[in-house]
Design a protein around this ligand. Sequence first.
Ligand code: SAM
Length: 232
Amino acid sequence: LFVEAALGAGVAVPVDGNGAHYLISVMRIREGDTVLLFDGRAGEWAATAGQVRKRDLVLHCTQQTRPLESVPDFWLCAAPIRKGRIDLVAEKACELGVARLVPVLAERCVVDKVNADRLHAHLVEAAEQCGRTALPALAGLVPLAALLADWPQGRTLFFADETGGAPMRDAFAAHPGPAALLVGPEGGFAPAERALIRAHPSARPISLGPRILRAETAAIAATACWMAINGD
Ligand code: SAM
C-alpha cells in the first residue's frame, strides 16, 4: 500500500480514505495483521495494524522488507490524449518502470489539460499492483517548445516519428544512457513541430515500424522495447 508518510522503524502511519476502505472492507484486516507499505522514498516496510476502526486505522512500521528499487533513467514525454487512453499510458508506464512521466502540449492536441490527481492515482494503483517501491515522478503539462528549450544535457530524446527514423531497437542499443521517449497526440505532431524536434541536438528520430500506431500503443510499445534493451 502506498502511503504519504516518511516510513521508518517505529513510525505510526494513520490510514483513512481509500486506503482504509481497501484494508478494512476489502482485505478484512484485523489488529495485529501485517501490511506492506511504501512511500516512494524508503523502500518497502512491514507494518502491524493497531486498533482497526470502521473508517480508519493506524499501522506501526516494524522493519524494512525491500530497499528502494533502482529505477531505469527513462522518461516518457507524451502528448495528452483522451481520458481513458492517457490513464492507460500512465498505468503501463508505471508497470514498465518509467522514472518520469511528462505530459507535453502540442499543436494538434485534442485534449489540452491534464488531471494530475487522477493520473497520480493511476500511478499509485499501478505501483501497488506491480510491486514498485518508487512512484514515477509526474511533471506538469509543458508546451513542446519549452520542453525542448530546457532539455537536460546528456539525455537522449528518442522522437517517435511515424514519418520515419531509425528502427527503434537499433537506436536504443546505440544510445544506452539517460533517455526519454517523445510521442505525439492523436493527430501527430504538426510539420513545424516535427522540424523543431528533429533540429534539436539531443533528438534521435525513431520508427516503430511501417504501421501508424495509436499514440498510446506507440508510447507503451517503445517504452517496453527500451526497457528490454536498456532497463535493469
Ligand atoms: N499523424 C498521424 C495521423 O494522424 O495519421 C498519426 C499520429 S499517431 C496516431 C500518434 C503518435 O504516435 C505519433 O505522433 C508518433 O509519435 C507515434 N507513432 C505512431 N506510429 C508510429 C510509428 N510507426 N513510428 C514512430 N512513431 C509512431
